[in-house]
Design a protein. Structure first.
Ligand code: BDR
Ligand code: CA
Length: 304
């Protein structure tokens, strides 16, 4: 039985690749996409999610979520993903609409109506997930676990120690990490290793329509380069669900710094147990890179 998942995302070029994998991996059943402000505004991330689903003629509902972080002004990563958030491919016009309810209600209803607990996957800032836990705490019982792309046990990519998804909304991340949910964190420790090689990138246009489209987006993606390889941060969260054996996980106490003058948005990952706190997160610390590349090739070959 494929695993039912709800994907919270801010497409985003690596988000687009993650959505492809979530749709076409036989191990997963993508039931709902919710959008959040992150790489670009929530209006743009929603538009991008709808364009992708139209491209694949996929029947997955989309609900729009938070337009700003809990307490801070929105900042984006258009310098990585382009002005639209998914620059580079001429998607056709369509008439698809979002659900007529916001992301929080859509997630709540999907959880309430699910026969079994559902896995949440968050590959953008954690604003929607924090709001869900604040407003509908009873939903927790129906959350199997939360798998995130975010954070780092070492250096950051947005500030010296902050990874983008966490540093954009540290207060949301702090709430989520302290919530007691079962959390798997795929942070920069593994996602910086999740590099698609230039030869594979060059082969994508010959693979299928999806390969052509992703190749066009990847040519505009600024997390690495087409000639040295591209980092597929968000794909790691999907890869962990489909192929957990590719990852080395360690249970750790993780706190999110919200107050540091220079360090707000840092995930403090207590790998050596110095704070003597109970572990609250399964932290991915290593990745079988060749296995990851093989899985990406496999799953993209299943797309149209
Ligand atoms: C994360 O930040 C975003 O730009 C990517 O989509 C990914 O979710 C990587 O730090
Ligand atoms: Ca993302």
């Amino acid at each position: 039985m494929p695993l039912p998942i709800i994907l919270d995302t801010d497409p985003g070029i690596d988000d687009a690749a993650a959505i492809a994998a979530a749709l076409f991996s036989p191990a997963l059943d993508l039931q709902l996409i919710t959008t959040v402000a992150g790489n670009v505004s929530v209006e743009k991330t929603t538009r991008n999610a709808l364009q992708l689903l139209h491209f694949w003629q996929a029947d997955v509902p989309v609900a729009q979520g938070a337009s700003t972080p809990l307490l801070r002004p929105a900042r984006d990563a258009a310098y990585v993903h382009g002005e639209s958030g998914m620059e580079g491919y001429p998607f056709v016009e369509h008439r698809r609409q979002t659900l007529d309810k916001p992301a929080l209600l859509a997630i709540r209803d999907a959880l309430i109506n699910a026969p079994e607990p559902v896995t949440l996957v968050a590959i953008g800032p954690l604003t929607n997930i924090a709001l869900l836990l604040i407003q509908y705490p009873a939903c927790r019982e129906k959350i199997r676990r939360l798998v995130i792309m975010g954070g780092s046990a070492g250096r950051g990519n947005f500030t010296p120690t902050g990874e983008f998804n966490i540093a954009i909304d540290p207060e949301a991340a702090a709430r989520v990490f302290a919530s007691g949910l079962e959390i798997v964190m795929c942070g920069l420790d593994v996602t910086n290793k999740a590099v698609l090689a230039p030869e594979f990138l060059a082969s994508l246009p010959g693979l299928n329509r999806t390969g052509k489209m992703l190749h066009a987006l990847f040519s505009h993606y600024r997390s690495g380069s087409m000639s040295t390889g591209l980092r597929m941060h968000d794909l790691c969260a999907i890869a962990w669900l489909a192929r957990p054996e590719l990852f080395t996980l360690k249970p750790c106490f993780v706190a999110v710094e919200t107050e540091g003058r220079w360090t707000a948005g840092t995930t403090v990952v207590d790998i050596d147990g110095r704070y003597e706190q109970p572990a609250n997160v399964q932290v991915a610390l290593d990745l079988d890179v060749e296995g990851f590349r093989g899985w990406v090739a496999e799953v993209l070959a299943l797309a149209p």
